[in-house]
Design a protein around this ligand. Structure first.
Ligand SMILES: Cc1cc2nc3c(=O)[nH]c(=O)nc-3n(C[C@H](O)[C@H](O)[C@H](O)COP(=O)(O)O)c2cc1C
Length: 216
């Protein structure tokens, strides 16, 4: 059996990115995010629009899970989900959340924090219409985050949805978009000798952004 303690101690990536200068950062973090997302896409990072979304339960215990960034409407970070899911229930109760984009192959990460609210219904409708037919049926079939006794039950539920709605199902009322309005956005890039670069953008009172460099 592998001695993971030994192995994990030995695992070490050296970072060698060209140091980031504050003067090279865009004044607007959304513009900066857009550039880094484009670079992650061009670098062929799989699922580069996937991030970890952290929320907290009623006792402030955090939990994170992956979601796909599917829009930047009104300068918000938009993802789609089931409104009865654990995350959606938690976010209704406590709307502060964080998204972590792990572009490790580029020696980069971005951490966003902010408040989550419901995306407008028409944008959710538009997005749902753009999804493949079978994914639309999946949204009807899954009671996301509830106990499921077997895979067969899920498949039966999918077939029942197909029977009922055919190839072009409507958007379920319990499914749609949530929009995180950013309050802070932090850009991190690995540097040699663990001298990484970190820039933290914070939204000010008049909606402008300030930028600070942080120790790594
Ligand atoms: C790469 C990846 C992308 C995912 N994207 C989404 C998504 O966009 N929306 C979603 O509801 N779940 C998505 N999931 C599943 C979630 O991570 C999670 O299992 C599910 O939403 C239930 O989470 P919850 O019980 O905390 O609400 C994704 C999972 C992975 C691995």
């Amino acid at each position: 059996m592998i001695d993971w303690n030994e192995q994990l101690r030995e695992m070490r990536e050296e970072y060698d990115s060209t140091p980031l200068r504050k003067s090279e950062m865009k004044a607007c973090p959304l513009e900066q995010f857009s550039i880094w997302l484009e670079e992650a896409t061009e670098a062929g990072i799989p699922d580069c629009n996937a991030c970890s979304l952290a929320s907290v339960d009623e006792e402030s215990r955090p939990v994170a899970r992956a979601v796909l960034l599917k829009g930047m409407e009104a300068d918000c970070f938009v993802f789609y989900t089931n409104f009865n899911s654990r995350k959606a229930v938690q976010l209704r109760n406590s709307p502060w959340a964080s998204m972590h984009f792990p572009w490790f192959a580029m020696q980069r990460q971005v951490v966003v924090t902010g408040k989550v609210s419901l995306l407008d219904e028409s944008t959710s409708e538009d997005y749902f219409r753009s999804r493949p037919s079978l994914s639309k049926l999946g949204a009807w079939a899954s009671k996301q985050s509830e106990d499921l006794d077997s895979r067969e039950t899920l498949e039966k539920s999918f077939l029942e949805a197909r029977e009922k709605y055919g190839e072009d199902p409507p958007k379920p009322p319990h499914w749609g978009g949530l929009a995180l309005e950013p309050e802070t956005i932090e850009f991190w890039q690995g540097g040699p000798h663990r001298l990484h670069d970190r820039f933290l953008f914070e939204r000010g009172e008049s909606n402008g952004w300030s930028i600070r460099r942080l120790y790594p």
